[in-house]
Design a protein around this ligand. Structure first.
Ligand code: PFF
Length: 449
């Protein structure tokens, strides 16, 4: 194993604002604006939201803190981090790191496809084509777009933009882009929320989002809420670990973890506030599933006053949110290739992009020419989504929780989590030792059964 990187040569984020912009940039993405609303819609509204918030607090914040801590202490890529910090069984722990690298590549592949859809909708919104469809015809238009080669082309465009940002490096690429895109994203989101709240009948949408209906809660709902929390906070893959490895030694880890979780949840709730009042106001179904954003919303924008502006604004929001997430997933693999294989960043970016273009194209084609190509009953796209969200991310979260709670020494943990108050550190360690691994194990096994 090559550990030839000099820690002092490693880049660091320049400012505190940059730390929050990059970590929130990773966390806020399609998971908040596309996935969270349809999961909430299909799982009983407010009851799902409560479960989700529960998992964010009890499991999410401790696991983000653990990832930041392991990253900053080791100042290495995810595989190197486990390998360096493990007092024994180093190879075994390095295998846990490899799992993260594999998940990050799989997520990047299917995620870029959906990010590509947002670029298509953004251009359709800007050119006015989005309104060309009669009500209800959007369904056929979406199906024919996702079944075609244009979808592969957009996936490649996303991956090329992603590569361009990454070529700038950690400070001038990742941090600088996140610093400008994240505030812009909040402004657009806020404007869209206010517009939705002013629609007639908006209150019904809010009631649906916030009033808990526990009759919909099943074991599956709990699994979905936990999977959503993991996906939304980008946990268990190593994004927070790699970003933690770029923190300065003065960055307060617990505060940063809490800020990331709170802002991420705020964006998810705001996305709900933007979507459900509009859905109810125009009499659409909130339980439309993944199609909610791509089939139902365009029809709603077409009927809405000022829709010609709101529609492109919404898809711009989605595009910005997704690109700050793809850069974080890519950085895991890039840092790994640079540090473990000893190659230049440019080469590592090329390798990461090439792999993602190949796998991403397979995912994109799952809606058209490869629709009948199934592995264990899943299309390639669905397989990558299922494997990562339901299995690999929780498993990765469990590894980092056990590693931080039981394997590395408590003095390292305490020193890294300082200056957080003692009782907060104790609560985090307690969750990492017992609550997080147990919750993940129960839900993981029940999900499999
Ligand atoms: N958290 C991102 C979202 O909510 O869209 C998705 C994500 C980013 C998952 C980075 C995993 C990851 F490593």
């Amino acid at each position: 194993m090559k550990n030839d990187i000099n820690n002092n040569d490693r880049p660091r984020f320049a400012t505190r604002f940059g730390v929050i912009a990059t970590t929130v940039g990773s966390a806020v993405g399609l998971g908040n604006i596309w996935r969270f609303p349809y999961e909430t819609g299909a799982n009983g509204g407010g009851a799902f939201l409560l479960l989700y918030i529960f998992f964010v607090i009890v499991v999410g914040i401790p696991v983000i803190s653990a990832e930041f801590l392991v990253g900053r202490k080791s100042r290495r890529n995810i595989l190197g981090a486990y390998h360096t910090l493990a007092p024994s069984h180093r190879r075994l722990w390095a295998a846990a790191g490899s799992l993260g690298i594999i998940s990050s590549v799989l997520i990047l592949s299917f995620y870029s496809v959906v990010a590509g859809w947002t670029l298509e909708y953004l251009t359709e919104g800007v050119t006015g084509r989005l309104n060309d469809f009669a009500q209800g015809a959007r369904h056929a238009a979406f199906d024919s777009f996702t079944a075609g080669w244009a979808c592969v082309a957009w996936t490649i465009v996303v991956l090329l933009i992603n590569a361009l940002i990454l070529l700038g490096g950690v400070r001038k690429g990742i941090e600088r882009v996140s610093n400008s895109l994240m505030p812009l994203l909040f402004v657009i989101l806020l404007a869209l929320c206010i517009n939705s709240l002013l629609l007639p009948g908006a209150a019904d949408g809010l009631k649906f989002l916030f009033a808990p209906d526990f009759s919909h809660v099943t074991g599956r709902t709990v699994l979905n809420a936990m999977g959503q929390a993991f996906f939304s906070l980008s946990l268990g893959v190593g994004t927070m670990m790699i970003y933690g490895s770029y923190f300065s030694s003065k960055t307060p880890i617990v505060k940063s973890a809490a800020a990331t979780a709170v802002l991420d949840t705020m964006v998810a709730v705001m996305a709900g506030v933007l979507i459900f009042p509009a859905v109810f106001s125009f009499g659409a179904s909130p339980a439309a599933g993944p199609k909610l954003v791509f089939e139902v919303l365009p029809d709603i924008f077409a009927m809405m006053p000022g829709g010609a502006v709101w529609a492109p604004a919404f898809f711009l929001l989605l595009a910005l949110a997704s690109i700050t997430s793809t850069i974080s997933m890519s950085e895991i693999c890039i840092a790994f290739i640079c540090e473990q294989w000893g190659v230049r960043r440019r080469t590592a970016i090329a390798v990461n992009t090439l792999i993602a273009v190949c796998l991403g194209s397979l995912c994109a084609l799952s809606f058209g020419p490869l629709a009948d190509f199934k592995i264990c009953g899943f299309t390639v796209f669905n397989l990558f989504d299922f494997l990562t969200s339901n299995l690999l991310m929780p498993l990765g979260g469990m590894f980092v929780a056990i590693f931080t709670g039981h394997v590395i020494s408590r003095s390292i943990v305490d020193a890294q989590l300082a200056p957080a108050p003692r009782r907060i550190i104790n609560a985090i360690v307690f969750s990492l030792r017992y609550i997080a691994p147990t919750a993940i194990a129960i839900i993981f096994v029940s999900g499999l059964l």
